[in-house]
Ligand binder design. Sequence first.
Ligand SMILES: CC(C)(COP(=O)(O)OP(=O)(O)OC[C@H]1O[C@@H](n2cnc3c(N)ncnc32)[C@H](O)[C@@H]1OP(=O)(O)O)[C@@H](O)C(=O)NCCC(=O)NCCS
Length: 169
Amino acid sequence: MEAKPPSSSFTVVSDLVLPSETNPLGNLFGGDLLARMDRAAGIAARRHSRRIVVTASVNHVAFNKMIPLGSVVTVEANVSRAFSSSMEIYMDVWIEDRESGIRSKANEAIYTFVAVDEMGNPVPVPPLKPETELEKERYDGALRRRQLSLLLAKKIKPEDATELKALFE
Ligand SMILES: CC(C)(COP(=O)(O)OP(=O)(O)OC[C@H]1O[C@@H](n2cnc3c(N)ncnc32)[C@H](O)[C@@H]1OP(=O)(O)O)[C@@H](O)C(=O)NCCC(=O)NCCS
């Protein structure tokens, strides 16, 4: 399969924060943001693989900034690395000031999706070819994050997490 650049899976999902999606402080529920990111990541994974995709893992989410009622939230997602059947999706979450229109970064998140056939069995996906410096940086870190996720899921042994071990050497 021919390698694809991250731009071919680039996905932008913008939506308002409505009253039913907020907590008692009037800010967006974390779970609602997780669902918005899951949808954006799923579209990016589908664009890269052109297959049915399922969420395998939420690797990293940090709720760094409160997102108030009425905000316009934009999730930008793209595949940051593809393995055999799995894809790491990197997301940046932005909110924009109503008056100035200036965007500020609210969150980052990393999910793993797996391409599957109609029976739910994993199927191969095209490799990813990073182009920009940021894409290369995210690509390089993806192997380490994959090993951490598989280690926590007890799908690999600690001695096989070579990229993680290298961090401590
Ligand atoms: C995700 C799923 C397809 C993996 O199937 P599996 O039988 O474990 O298959 P494998 O062990 O061969 O793993 C397939 C790929 O998933 C990756 N994977 C599995 N669990 C993972 C995890 N916790 N973190 C990162 N990658 C993971 C494997 O590394 C492998 O990647 P590769 O093919 O690129 O090497 C399967 O567990 C599944 O269908 N889960 C439910 C998905 C779902 O319903 N999501 C929505 C939740 S509501």
